[in-house]
Unconditional design. Structure first.
Length: 217
């Protein structure tokens, strides 16, 4: 994908985030519920995509897709209750555009993506196949710029790192290269760095994204 196309996607993400943030929390929840319905209607297709792109067993693909649907439903219910789930510090502002490096896998990517959408931001993902379908489902309900999926290649990922407010690289694996780290540092992008242990619980996902703290290591 050319640099101009990547920049176009990133340019659309900011107004997309503004539109999501301007949507009433209850309406965001309803939109996420519609995303879940859309994903459920494509379940067989999504399972096949996960199997082919992640080269996993059928049971693992089924579990990943079902988790994605369930997570959309869960965040639909929390969209208007986030101040109860994650109390914000005075003056804190949720991030607008978040880049998500999930190693091209559905499960880690969807954890952040749906949480950010519920909070009123937009996401740019890396990876094709099922992640493109996820982004399409989000755009259909929340509008252009709410989500987009870019190819998973080093040049694109470096451009992404330099064009978002927050880069979630907790499950990036090999995607979090030296070039990506340099691009993020040069642009002043806040970075959630890879974790050694397993992923945090869903309830803990929004803490570092919503609180007014330094995320750059």
């Amino acid at each position: 994908m050319g640099e101009d196309v990547v920049r176009k996607v990133l340019a659309a993400a900011a107004p997309g985030a503004a539109a999501v943030a301007a949507t009433a929390p209850l309406a965001r929840g309803r939109a996420l519920l519609s995303v879940a319905v859309d994903l459920e209607s494509r379940r067989a297709e999504l399972v096949d995509l996960v199997r082919r792109t992640e080269r996993c067993r059928l049971s693992e693909a089924l579990a990943a897709v079902d988790y994605c649907i369930d997570t959309a439903v869960r965040w639909a219910g929390w969209a208007d209750k986030l101040d109860l789930l994650v109390p914000r510090l005075p003056g804190s502002v949720p991030p607008s555009v978040v880049g998500v490096l999930g190693g091209g896998r559905l499960l880690p990517t969807v954890r952040t993506t749906l949480a950010v959408l519920a909070a009123g931001g937009s996401c740019v993902l890396t990876g094709g196949g099922v992640l493109e379908r996820l982004a399409d489902a989000v755009v259909a309900e929340l509008g252009d710029g709410a989500a987009a999926a870019l190819p998973q290649d080093p040049a694109t990922t470096a451009l992404l790192a330099g064009g978002v407010e927050v880069l979630d690289a907790r499950w990036a694996g090999a995607e979090f290269t030296a070039a990506v780290r340099r691009a993020a540092a040069a642009a002043g992008t806040r970075v959630l760095r890879p974790v050694e242990a397993g992923p945090p619980s869903d309830a803990g996902l929004l803490g570092p994204l919503l609180r007014d703290v330094s995320l750059t290591g």
